[in-house]
Design a protein around this ligand. Structure first.
Ligand SMILES: O=C(O)CCC(=O)C(=O)O
Length: 282
């Protein structure tokens, strides 16, 4: 496939493990997806809402839970996952087409908790290589409504053993704590896309706004050279939309992880940890 991605952008991704592309999608496309998936969750989620929808719950995330894997039955989500622009960018990073394994839609209404810092390949377990995310802002996103935060410099780190999160701030319970790295908060406009790799530590804070949702769509991919991925991510698709037959799915058993150790001001890892068993989304 001929790619129109400027080489400086793919070089930035390879060096930093992330790349922010401004205006990759139009405001009209974002408005369409925001309305389409909000309608979906408000009518009960069509089977894709994590834990089901409870419209009267006091927790905003029970009223607007994430949609998980809607591409497995919904054409709109499937088309987003294999969008040509995403395909070109991801292909340019490793000079090879990736494989598509996941879609998610987050609503994060006012008052909703965020998601504590984590690494995606802890969950996807793509091997060899890693996974990649294509995270699209469906509206303007800043610190107030819970922007994404990344820890620069973590893109080549091993899987790090998580500690327990503060569940008043995060709806997930794992949290990576690194003593030395300040989070980079990514202020994004509607239509901007962030690509990032499976080692880059990232997460988001709560939505502290009074009346602004923070809707995003994300696709997850694995490198084209990957030979296995965790069971939850079955089935695997090529970026032309065809199904990959005979892929190997791992049983989600734990692999090694590193405990952060500061030695003379330098961050290293004691790799004696084991990631616990996990199944399901991250
Ligand atoms: O949107 C968020 O707050 C977190 C998303 C995320 O962690 C991911 O897509 O891997």
């Amino acid at each position: 496939m001929v790619t129109s991605v400027p080489p400086s952008e793919s070089e930035f991704y390879r060096a930093n493990g992330y790349l922010l592309v401004r205006g990759l999608f139009t405001p009209d496309e974002c408005d369409f997806w925001a309305t389409y998936f909000t309608d979906m969750v408000e009518r009960g989620g069509d089977g894709w809402a994590e834990g089901g929808v409870d419209p009267n719950h006091t927790d905003p995330l029970k009223r607007y839970p994430r949609l998980l894997q809607p591409h497995r039955g919904d054409e709109v989500a499937f088309k987003f996952m294999i969008d040509q622009r995403i395909r070109e960018y991801l292909t340019s990073f490793y000079d090879r087409e990736p494989l598509a394994v996941q879609t998610m839609v987050y609503f994060k209404p006012p008052g909703a908790r965020g998601q504590a810092l984590h690494q995606d390949n802890r969950y996807l377990k793509a091997e060899p290589g890693t996974c990649m995310a294509a995270w699209l802002a469906l509206e303007d996103i800043d610190e107030e409504n819970g922007c994404l935060e990344v820890l620069p410099g973590t893109q080549d780190m091993p899987m790090i053993c998580p500690s327990v999160s503060d569940t008043s701030q995060s709806f997930t319970t794992d949290m990576i704590k690194l003593p030395t790295i300040e989070p980079l908060k990514l202020i994004m406009n509607k239509g901007d896309m962030l690509f990032f790799n499976g080692s880059l530590v990232h997460g988001s804070g709560p939505n502290n706004s009074r009346d602004r949702f923070r809707r995003i769509m994300v696709g997850h991919y694995i490198e084209g050279r990957a030979e296995e991925v965790a069971h939850y991510y079955e089935p695997v698709f090529r970026m032309d939309g065809t199904l990959v037959e005979g892929f190997t799915f791992t049983d989600n058993g734990g692999g090694p992880c590193g405990h952060p150790v500061l030695q003379d001001g330098k961050l290293t890892f004691d790799m004696s940890g084991r990631i616990g068993d996990l199944s399901g989304p991250h």
